[in-house]
Design a protein around this ligand. Structure first.
Ligand code: HAM
Length: 425
């Protein structure tokens, strides 16, 4: 037969298949659990939305909007975009469902794929997975600290420790415009290349993030937002740091931090892992106090984060750690013959109903193949059943690590197996 076509996953998009996918699920679920522990409710939002939502929410001048969006016309000729991030969509949903008119803060959590047409490289994908939270409607530094502490607790629960939290304040309406002018005055005195000059016009803060050594040197004496905060923004920032100290979350102040999205105000942060090379951000977030009003809602404040599930997996790998349970099941059934299969199929269903994870050898495999499959499944026990066992109302319970086997009563197998597993735990 000739091969007429073959397909691969789109460029820059990771597939997660077993056994590695167990790691993906463990990372995602652990991060979500950290958010749940602080009362964040789940939201499930569209994968694509009106293009204007992201243009207005994320900012036309950002790379994300100007270069990286998957935008297309649907069959009704509406311009839609695969969501490049989660915050704008959450704001849209909060306004649309009137959640902002109920109890504040509105605390929401999401997990899922986002899409950015970036140049693929290690740790940079075109479909990326995030776990995110947004807390909307209360401008309290204690809430900023909660959001940051949840992310930190999520990473710690996974066993990660080779990362640091960088934090700064980007100021607010009452100090950022003046600072922006001050920075531009400074930048326009420098011998900038054309592209950098344009960036200085459009978004001068981003020039401070230029990684080229000559630019680092040129901008070494640039005025910093942190030195020009309004009194209220400064008090807010100091209080956030005070709360983080009290909770015991370590941080480094990075006054040159620049985020890739335009909506940030005041507290802004990033979690950076040193084992990842260039794509070192495993999570980031901050306040976005003007976003809701900008999207047509009430002038409510907000703060949140997006944690990169893919990059967190890479960070765990870099630390030689795993978050996944290597066992796919607890028990593996090995039927020897037709009658044994019939009995084990039923026993497996009963065990599953009792909360035990069970798989079986199917397809009438020989005992050798079936035992190999049992070992590969990571199960603690094999249940081995042959015709003679059935006649004697018995079944073999074999501990796979030691090879020890004992015969137990077939009728009581559910209880005995559940007990043995509970005892092991
Ligand atoms: P972000 O910093 O653009 O923030 O993305 C958050 C995290 O997603 C990054 O720290 C990184 O771990 C992961 N990430 C981003 N792009 C990629 C990529 N191309 N490949 C792999 N991982 C990636 C946001 O998206 C904001 N919505 C976070 C937020 C929520 N701020 C306030 N609320």
């Amino acid at each position: 037969m000739t091969k007429t076509s073959s397909f691969n996953a789109p460029k820059g998009i990771p597939d997660y298949v077993p056994p590695g996918s167990a790691e993906f699920v463990a990372v995602r679920d652990t991060l979500v659990r950290a958010a749940r522990s602080a009362g964040y409710g789940h939201v499930e939002l569209p994968i694509f939305e009106d293009t204007g939502l992201f243009a207005r929410g994320v900012g036309e001048s950002t790379d994300v909007v100007s270069k990286e969006m998957y935008t297309f016309a649907d069959r009704g000729d509406r311009s839609v975009t695969l969501r490049p991030e989660g915050t704008a969509g959450v704001m849209r949903a909060v306004i649309e469902h009137g959640l902002d008119r109920g109890q504040l803060p509105v605390k929401l959590c999401y997990a899922g794929p986002f899409f950015r047409y970036e140049r693929p490289q290690a740790g940079r994908y075109r479909q990326l997975q995030q776990v995110g939270v947004e807390a909307i409607g209360v401008d309290d530094p204690a809430l900023d600290a909660e959001v940051i502490a949840i992310a930190d607790a999520g990473f710690r629960a996974l066993g990660l420790d080779g990362y640091r939290l960088e934090i700064t304040s980007l100021g607010d309406d009452s100090c950022r415009p003046q600072y922006r002018e001050l920075l531009q005055e400074f930048l326009f005195e420098l011998p900038l290349d054309e592209e950098t000059r344009q960036r200085a016009e459009l978004n001068p803060l981003r020039v401070l993030d230029d990684k080229r050594p000559e630019m680092r040197e040129l901008t070494a004496a640039a005025p910093l937002m942190l030195d020009h905060l309004s009194e209220s923004a400064k008090v807010h920032f100091d209080q956030v740091l005070g709360y983080l100290d009290a909770i015991g979350v370590a941080y480094t102040i990075n006054p040159r931090m620049v985020r890739g999205l335009d909506y940030y105000t005041k507290t802004t942060f990033e979690f950076v892992h040193d084992g990842l090379g260039a794509q070192s951000g495993i999570g980031g977030g901050g306040r976005y106090d003007g976003l809701m009003a900008q999207l047509g809602g009430q002038p409510l404040s907000g703060i949140g984060f997006g944690l990169g599930v893919d990059r967190t997996m890479l960070a765990l790998q870099a630390e030689g750690k795993t978050a996944a349970d290597p066992a796919r099941v607890d028990v593996f059934g090995v039927p020897l013959g037709e009658a044994a299969t019939q009995r084990l199929v039923v026993l497996a269903a009963r065990l599953r109903a009792a909360g035990v994870r069970v798989d079986l050898a199917y397809g009438g495999r020989g005992v050798k193949g079936a035992m190999k499959a049992a070992d590969r499944s990571g199960a603690k026990y094999a249940l081995v059943l042959g015709d003679r066992d059935i006649a004697e109302n018995q079944i073999g319970l074999k501990e796979l690590a030691t090879g020890e086997q004992r015969q137990i009563a077939l009728d009581d197998a559910v209880g005995t197996v559940a007990e043995a597993l509970a005892h092991d735990r």
